[in-house]
Design a protein around this ligand. Structure first.
Ligand code: 3SL
Length: 241
């Protein structure tokens, strides 16, 4: 019988379930494909120095009052009084090069802060934008890895699960990882059924509908276009670098 690989790659569908997983993993990949973790990857590809993810608008406001550049989004829309929302295009502005940016979003930055509570785990940012680069990097880490999907307000969503399934598929293909959980098997199957046309596959998903209503179809296409930002944003203390 072939030897069981040393490490596991698993998928947690929502921050709501994170407590069930958190003690078993040394590396956590936080995914909010539409759009927070895509915006973060785009920002790092554009050369920002660091990004401080905060969970609440109140925390974001404290940074704003101190003079930081602050992005804030709730329910897909820019929160009044802040510098930008959550569109990846906002983070491609050349003026952001070398800057520290603060970001608060409905689900993504909350998930990053939930992942942070896991003692001794490294937290990294995943999206379609850094898919291959991240998967290659993860495959070399010699650690048990959890993909934490941000979902929508603690509920399951398709786009994060498909992205987690893409990472899981790539890591399983290395032969260095195994998956035990049905959530990971389901994520892999969803990715395999969606991979030839993820935009089309998500047509009836709740967040694609929500963003379409806000005329954000271009953002969706940008976020689903793989490998445009070969970066590995890692959380160090309170900042992603
Ligand atoms: O939930 C989040 O963190 C956001 O990515 C949601 S939105 O795409 O900006 O609507």
């Amino acid at each position: 019988m072939p030897k069981k690989p040393k490490h596991k790659i698993e998928v947690c569908f929502s921050p709501h379930d994170f407590d069930l997983f958190k003690t078993e993993f040394e590396l956590i990949v936080v995914i909010d494909a539409l759009r927070a973790t895509s915006a973060i990857c785009a920002a790092f590809q554009n050369g920002i120095k660091s990004l401080i993810p905060v969970s609440t608008i109140e925390e974001a406001m404290v940074y704003k009052e101190k003079g930081y550049l602050v992005g804030a989004e709730r329910n897909g829309q820019l929160v009044e009084g802040f510098d930008f929302g959550n569109s990846p295009y906002s983070y491609l502005n050349p003026k952001l090069k070398g800057e520290t940016v603060v970001l608060s979003t409905t689900n993504g930055t909350k998930s990053i802060n939930i992942a942070k509570q896991s003692e001794n785990a490294t937290v990294v940012i995943g999206s379609f934008l850094n898919l291959d680069h991240l998967s290659t990097w993860l495959s070399k880490q010699d650690k048990n890895i959890l993909c934490l999907c941000s979902g929508w307000k603690d509920k399951f969503n398709l786009e994060d699960t498909i992205c987690a399934g893409a990472i899981t598929t790539q890591l399983l293909e290395t032969g260095k990882f195994y998956s035990d959980e049905d959530s990971s098997v389901a994520a892999k199957y969803l990715f395999l059924s969606a991979k030839d046309n993820i935009f089309g596959y998500l047509k009836s998903s709740s967040h694609r509908r929500r963003l379409k209503k806000l005329n954000l179809n271009n953002d969706i296409k940008y976020c689903l276009n793989p490998n445009t930002a070969p970066v590995i944003p890692i959380l160090k203390g309170d900042e992603i670098v």
